[in-house]
Design a protein around this ligand. Structure first.
Ligand code: 5RP
Length: 226
Protein backbone atom coordinates (compact mmCIF):
# COMPACT_ATOMS: atom_id res chain seq x y z
CA UNK A 1 0.00 0.00 0.00
CA UNK A 2 1.47 3.35 -1.10
CA UNK A 3 1.39 5.94 1.65
CA UNK A 4 3.83 8.74 1.22
CA UNK A 5 3.41 11.37 -1.46
CA UNK A 6 6.39 10.20 -3.50
CA UNK A 7 5.03 6.66 -3.64
CA UNK A 8 1.62 7.98 -4.65
CA UNK A 9 3.14 10.10 -7.42
CA UNK A 10 5.04 7.07 -8.67
CA UNK A 11 1.88 4.99 -8.60
CA UNK A 12 -0.15 7.54 -10.55
CA UNK A 13 2.64 8.00 -13.10
CA UNK A 14 2.55 4.27 -13.84
CA UNK A 15 -1.24 4.32 -13.96
CA UNK A 16 -1.10 7.18 -16.48
CA UNK A 17 1.12 5.22 -18.85
CA UNK A 18 -1.33 2.33 -18.64
CA UNK A 19 -4.27 4.70 -19.18
CA UNK A 20 -2.79 6.21 -22.35
CA UNK A 21 -1.78 2.87 -23.89
CA UNK A 22 -4.65 3.06 -26.45
CA UNK A 23 -3.24 6.41 -27.65
CA UNK A 24 0.30 5.12 -28.17
CA UNK A 25 0.47 4.64 -31.94
CA UNK A 26 3.42 4.89 -34.36
CA UNK A 27 2.35 8.36 -35.55
CA UNK A 28 1.15 9.70 -32.18
CA UNK A 29 2.58 12.81 -30.52
CA UNK A 30 2.12 12.82 -26.74
CA UNK A 31 1.77 16.05 -24.76
CA UNK A 32 3.81 16.06 -21.58
CA UNK A 33 3.46 18.40 -18.61
CA UNK A 34 5.79 19.73 -15.96
CA UNK A 35 6.49 19.01 -12.29
CA UNK A 36 7.57 16.18 -10.05
CA UNK A 37 4.59 13.98 -10.98
CA UNK A 38 5.13 14.69 -14.68
CA UNK A 39 8.82 13.82 -14.24
CA UNK A 40 7.85 10.36 -12.98
CA UNK A 41 5.40 10.03 -15.85
CA UNK A 42 8.21 10.83 -18.31
CA UNK A 43 10.38 8.14 -16.73
CA UNK A 44 7.58 5.59 -16.99
CA UNK A 45 6.68 6.66 -20.53
CA UNK A 46 10.27 6.13 -21.65
CA UNK A 47 9.76 2.38 -21.26
CA UNK A 48 7.27 2.63 -24.14
CA UNK A 49 9.18 5.05 -26.37
CA UNK A 50 9.10 2.66 -29.35
CA UNK A 51 5.29 2.82 -29.35
CA UNK A 52 4.85 6.51 -30.29
CA UNK A 53 6.51 9.04 -32.56
CA UNK A 54 7.45 11.98 -30.33
CA UNK A 55 6.42 14.27 -27.50
CA UNK A 56 5.65 17.96 -27.04
CA UNK A 57 6.77 19.30 -23.67
CA UNK A 58 5.30 22.15 -21.65
CA UNK A 59 8.70 23.27 -20.34
CA UNK A 60 12.41 23.23 -21.04
CA UNK A 61 12.80 21.05 -17.95
CA UNK A 62 10.46 18.36 -19.27
CA UNK A 63 11.89 18.60 -22.79
CA UNK A 64 15.34 17.97 -21.37
CA UNK A 65 14.17 14.96 -19.36
CA UNK A 66 12.38 13.49 -22.40
CA UNK A 67 15.49 13.90 -24.54
CA UNK A 68 17.65 12.28 -21.86
CA UNK A 69 15.41 9.24 -22.25
CA UNK A 70 15.91 9.27 -26.02
CA UNK A 71 12.38 10.52 -26.78
CA UNK A 72 12.08 12.94 -29.71
CA UNK A 73 10.72 16.33 -28.62
CA UNK A 74 8.88 18.44 -31.17
CA UNK A 75 8.11 22.14 -31.06
CA UNK A 76 4.37 22.72 -30.77
CA UNK A 77 4.49 24.67 -34.05
CA UNK A 78 5.33 21.39 -35.80
CA UNK A 79 2.26 19.64 -34.42
CA UNK A 80 -1.38 19.92 -35.45
CA UNK A 81 -2.95 17.60 -32.96
CA UNK A 82 -2.15 15.34 -30.03
CA UNK A 83 -4.43 12.61 -28.71
CA UNK A 84 -3.50 13.25 -25.12
CA UNK A 85 -1.73 15.64 -22.74
CA UNK A 86 -0.65 14.33 -19.32
CA UNK A 87 0.17 16.72 -16.49
CA UNK A 88 -0.07 17.26 -12.75
CA UNK A 89 -1.94 19.97 -10.84
CA UNK A 90 -1.59 22.00 -7.68
CA UNK A 91 -5.31 21.68 -6.91
CA UNK A 92 -8.20 19.94 -8.64
CA UNK A 93 -11.89 20.00 -7.75
CA UNK A 94 -14.82 17.66 -8.53
CA UNK A 95 -15.51 19.60 -11.76
CA UNK A 96 -11.90 18.73 -12.73
CA UNK A 97 -11.05 22.43 -12.75
CA UNK A 98 -7.48 23.03 -11.66
CA UNK A 99 -4.98 25.49 -10.32
CA UNK A 100 -1.67 24.93 -12.07
CA UNK A 101 1.64 26.70 -12.37
CA UNK A 102 3.34 25.88 -9.10
CA UNK A 103 6.34 25.07 -11.29
CA UNK A 104 5.89 28.27 -13.30
CA UNK A 105 5.11 26.51 -16.58
CA UNK A 106 1.42 27.45 -16.70
CA UNK A 107 1.45 29.28 -20.04
CA UNK A 108 3.00 26.45 -22.02
CA UNK A 109 0.87 23.97 -20.08
CA UNK A 110 -2.33 25.74 -21.08
CA UNK A 111 -1.20 26.09 -24.69
CA UNK A 112 -0.12 22.47 -25.12
CA UNK A 113 -3.25 21.24 -23.34
CA UNK A 114 -5.39 23.33 -25.70
CA UNK A 115 -4.03 21.45 -28.69
CA UNK A 116 -4.54 17.99 -27.17
CA UNK A 117 -7.79 16.06 -27.48
CA UNK A 118 -7.72 14.78 -23.89
CA UNK A 119 -6.16 16.23 -20.75
CA UNK A 120 -5.22 13.48 -18.31
CA UNK A 121 -4.50 15.03 -14.92
CA UNK A 122 -2.32 12.96 -12.61
CA UNK A 123 -2.27 13.83 -8.94
CA UNK A 124 -1.88 12.45 -5.46
CA UNK A 125 -4.84 12.89 -3.12
CA UNK A 126 -3.32 15.97 -1.41
CA UNK A 127 -4.31 17.93 -4.55
CA UNK A 128 -8.02 17.09 -4.31
CA UNK A 129 -10.15 19.99 -3.01
CA UNK A 130 -13.87 20.76 -2.91
CA UNK A 131 -13.22 24.44 -3.69
CA UNK A 132 -10.17 25.81 -5.46
CA UNK A 133 -8.16 28.61 -3.91
CA UNK A 134 -6.11 27.48 -0.93
CA UNK A 135 -3.21 27.30 -3.37
CA UNK A 136 -2.36 30.78 -4.66
CA UNK A 137 -3.24 31.33 -8.32
CA UNK A 138 -0.06 31.72 -10.39
CA UNK A 139 -0.09 34.33 -13.15
CA UNK A 140 2.51 34.87 -15.83
CA UNK A 141 2.69 38.61 -16.53
CA UNK A 142 4.54 41.17 -18.61
CA UNK A 143 7.22 42.70 -16.37
CA UNK A 144 6.31 46.34 -17.00
CA UNK A 145 2.63 45.61 -16.23
CA UNK A 146 3.20 43.99 -12.82
CA UNK A 147 1.88 46.82 -10.64
CA UNK A 148 -1.06 47.56 -12.94
CA UNK A 149 -1.99 43.86 -12.92
CA UNK A 150 -1.71 43.72 -9.11
CA UNK A 151 -4.16 46.64 -8.77
CA UNK A 152 -6.64 44.94 -11.10
CA UNK A 153 -6.31 41.65 -9.20
CA UNK A 154 -7.05 43.50 -5.95
CA UNK A 155 -10.10 44.97 -7.64
CA UNK A 156 -11.23 41.42 -8.43
CA UNK A 157 -10.87 40.46 -4.77
CA UNK A 158 -7.28 39.29 -4.29
CA UNK A 159 -6.12 40.02 -0.74
CA UNK A 160 -2.49 39.18 -1.36
CA UNK A 161 -0.39 39.20 -4.53
CA UNK A 162 3.31 38.44 -4.42
CA UNK A 163 5.94 38.18 -7.09
CA UNK A 164 7.76 34.84 -7.18
CA UNK A 165 11.23 35.91 -6.11
CA UNK A 166 14.05 35.26 -8.56
CA UNK A 167 11.84 33.30 -10.95
CA UNK A 168 11.53 33.95 -14.67
CA UNK A 169 9.40 31.68 -16.85
CA UNK A 170 10.63 29.81 -19.92
CA UNK A 171 9.01 32.67 -21.87
CA UNK A 172 11.07 35.29 -20.01
CA UNK A 173 8.31 36.68 -17.78
CA UNK A 174 7.81 37.04 -14.02
CA UNK A 175 5.18 35.05 -12.11
CA UNK A 176 2.74 36.56 -9.60
CA UNK A 177 0.94 34.41 -7.02
CA UNK A 178 -2.50 35.71 -6.05
CA UNK A 179 -4.51 34.66 -2.99
CA UNK A 180 -7.76 35.52 -1.31
CA UNK A 181 -10.32 35.43 -4.13
CA UNK A 182 -13.84 34.25 -3.38
CA UNK A 183 -13.59 31.32 -5.78
CA UNK A 184 -17.23 30.39 -6.14
CA UNK A 185 -17.14 30.59 -9.94
CA UNK A 186 -13.70 29.62 -11.20
CA UNK A 187 -14.70 29.97 -14.86
CA UNK A 188 -15.85 33.54 -14.35
CA UNK A 189 -12.71 34.47 -12.41
CA UNK A 190 -10.47 32.93 -15.07
CA UNK A 191 -12.27 34.95 -17.72
CA UNK A 192 -11.97 38.16 -15.70
CA UNK A 193 -8.26 37.65 -15.07
CA UNK A 194 -7.68 36.86 -18.74
CA UNK A 195 -9.09 40.31 -19.61
CA UNK A 196 -6.44 42.19 -17.60
CA UNK A 197 -3.90 43.78 -19.96
CA UNK A 198 -0.44 42.47 -19.10
CA UNK A 199 -1.58 39.03 -17.99
CA UNK A 200 0.06 36.49 -20.26
CA UNK A 201 -1.66 33.51 -18.68
CA UNK A 202 -3.70 32.64 -15.61
CA UNK A 203 -3.06 29.44 -13.64
CA UNK A 204 -6.78 28.75 -13.28
CA UNK A 205 -7.70 25.92 -15.66
CA UNK A 206 -11.48 26.14 -15.26
CA UNK A 207 -12.87 27.03 -18.67
CA UNK A 208 -11.20 23.95 -20.09
CA UNK A 209 -10.93 21.45 -17.22
CA UNK A 210 -9.17 18.10 -17.31
CA UNK A 211 -10.90 15.34 -19.28
CA UNK A 212 -10.05 12.77 -16.66
CA UNK A 213 -8.28 12.66 -13.30
CA UNK A 214 -6.14 9.78 -12.13
CA UNK A 215 -6.04 10.34 -8.38
CA UNK A 216 -3.56 8.35 -6.30
CA UNK A 217 -4.82 7.43 -2.84
CA UNK A 218 -3.35 5.07 -0.27
CA UNK A 219 -5.77 2.36 -1.38
CA UNK A 220 -5.11 2.74 -5.11
CA UNK A 221 -5.55 4.99 -8.12
CA UNK A 222 -9.08 6.25 -8.74
CA UNK A 223 -10.19 7.32 -12.22
CA UNK A 224 -12.55 10.29 -12.12
CA UNK A 225 -14.23 11.76 -15.19
CA UNK A 226 -17.21 14.07 -15.58
C1 5RP B 1 3.80 23.16 -13.02
C2 5RP B 1 2.49 22.57 -12.63
C3 5RP B 1 2.52 21.26 -11.96
O1 5RP B 1 1.70 20.38 -12.67
C4 5RP B 1 2.02 21.40 -10.55
O2 5RP B 1 2.79 22.39 -9.91
C5 5RP B 1 2.11 20.08 -9.79
O3 5RP B 1 3.45 19.77 -9.55
P1 5RP B 1 3.91 18.47 -8.81
O4 5RP B 1 3.58 17.31 -9.71
O5 5RP B 1 5.39 18.66 -8.63
O6 5RP B 1 3.18 18.38 -7.49
O7 5RP B 1 1.45 23.12 -12.83
O8 5RP B 1 3.67 24.45 -13.54
Amino acid sequence: MANNVDQLKQQVALAAVKYIQPYLKPDAIIGVGTGSTADLFIDALSQHKQQFKAAVASSKRSAERLRQHGITVLDLNQVETMPVYVDGADEINPQLQMIKGGGGALTQEKIVASVAEHFVCIADHSKWVETLGAFKIPLEVIDSAKQAVIRQLQHLGASQVTERAGFISDNGHPILDAAGFALTDARELEQAINQIPGVVCCGLFAQKPASVLLLAKPDGVQTISL
